[in-house]
Design a protein around this ligand. Structure first.
Ligand code: COA
Ligand code: AMP
Length: 274
């Protein structure tokens, strides 16, 4: 591969905005050089929609080694219309147990995301990595956590995912982003499952995701108004090459080139078997 501007030259484009030292908005894409300008404008428009201007906006643009890209098909998506927090958490718990996450680990994960997982209080800047058997936390920095980055839909993958999500009425940009992130994470070495709910106070949806169950979207994983949220990446018990795992999550570029399937499940009919 030459290092000139061929059509195949791709860049990781990341944006983060902060206000009073607090992260308020982020976005990331993988795009060709000639698309960078449009991507930057689209990212800026996300900030324009906010009530007040941030103090700082940082863009990072890094060339990607195309030989390192992993090409993935998105996880199948299941949307469960469970009516409230109790039923959503019950489904999440049952799904995690069915994937071999222990009762201890499930309880620890719920407690962390409900109360704020950062060692110094509040939300982390990334995810907890948790031993699925013991419930022990394995991430090196318990305030920062580990961030999955350098992932995006390919042009064709995005077209298919947008179409699928539009038909399902899930047009919020977060849903497509979260599905892409969960797809990259589920394919990580040694990952058993992911649990997530947002820290945005008015966004109560969350999910459990894994290669076996697909992405199970649950509408009420926290109380409306709660500022707490986060992600837990469960890893299988036993010897773990954590540096390899973190390198994959943070550095390996992943392009999602195809959408998975989609189905609604009503509470009561939901199958949590993998
Ligand atoms: N939350 C809080 N702080 C964040 C942050 C986040 N999500 N992302 C970046 N920061 C802050 C941190 O202080 C970070 O320092 P740290 O590494 O010590 O934590 C600092 O900015 C520098 O981050 P940087 O290394 O430039 O970020 P990155 O290359 O890891 O990129 C983003 C991260 C911004 C792309 C990512 O956080 C993001 O927002 N992604 C898009 C949306 C997304 O994927 N959301 C989840 C699915 S819905
Ligand atoms: P969000 O889905 O953006 O509301 O983020 C919810 C929580 O997930 C945050 O509070 C972080 O703890 C964590 N998080 C956000 N972005 C990432 C990421 N890229 N990788 C891992 N964890 C993340």
């Amino acid at each position: 591969m030459t290092r000139d501007m061929t059509e195949e030259t791709l860049f990781s484009i990341r944006m983060r905005a902060s206000s009073f030292g607090r992260h308020i908005s982020g976005a990331e894409r993988i795009a060709r050089f000639d698309a960078i300008e449009a991507v930057l404008l689209e990212m800026l428009s996300r900030i324009h929609g906010r009530k007040s201007a941030p103090d700082s906006i940082v863009f990072s643009i890094d060339r990607i080694d195309v030989n390192e890209i992993v090409f993935l098909k998105a996880l199948d998506m299941r949307v469960v219309n469970a009516p409230d927090l109790k039923s959503c958490r019950h489904i999440a718990k049952t799904a995690l147990l069915s994937l071999g996450v222990s009762q201890t680990a499930v309880s620890h994960a719920f407690e962390l995301l409900t109360n704020g997982a950062a060692a110094s209080g509040g939300n982390m800047r990334g995810a907890v990595i948790m031993d699925a058997e013991s419930g022990e936390r394995l991430e090196p920095d318990k305030d920062r956590g580990v961030r999955a980055t350098r992932f995006d839909w390919s042009v064709e993958g995005r077209r298919k995912a947008d179409e699928l999500l539009r038909r399902a009425g899930l047009t919020h940009f977060r849903t497509a982003e979260a599905l892409a992130l969960a797809t990259k994470v589920a394919h990580a070495p040694d990952i058993t499952a992911e649990l997530c709910w947002s820290d945005e106070p008015d966004y109560t949806a969350g999910y459990v995701a894994s290669l076996k169950t697909g992405y199970i979207r649950l509408p009420f994983m926290k109380e409306a108004g709660s500022l707490n949220g986060g992600r837990v990446f469960f890893v299988k018990g036993g010897p773990l090459d954590i540096e390899k795992l973190i390198r994959y999550l943070e550095r390996t570029p992943a392009l999602i080139t195809d959408a998975g399937s989609f189905r609604y499940e009503s509470y009561g009919d939901v199958s949590t078997a993998p």
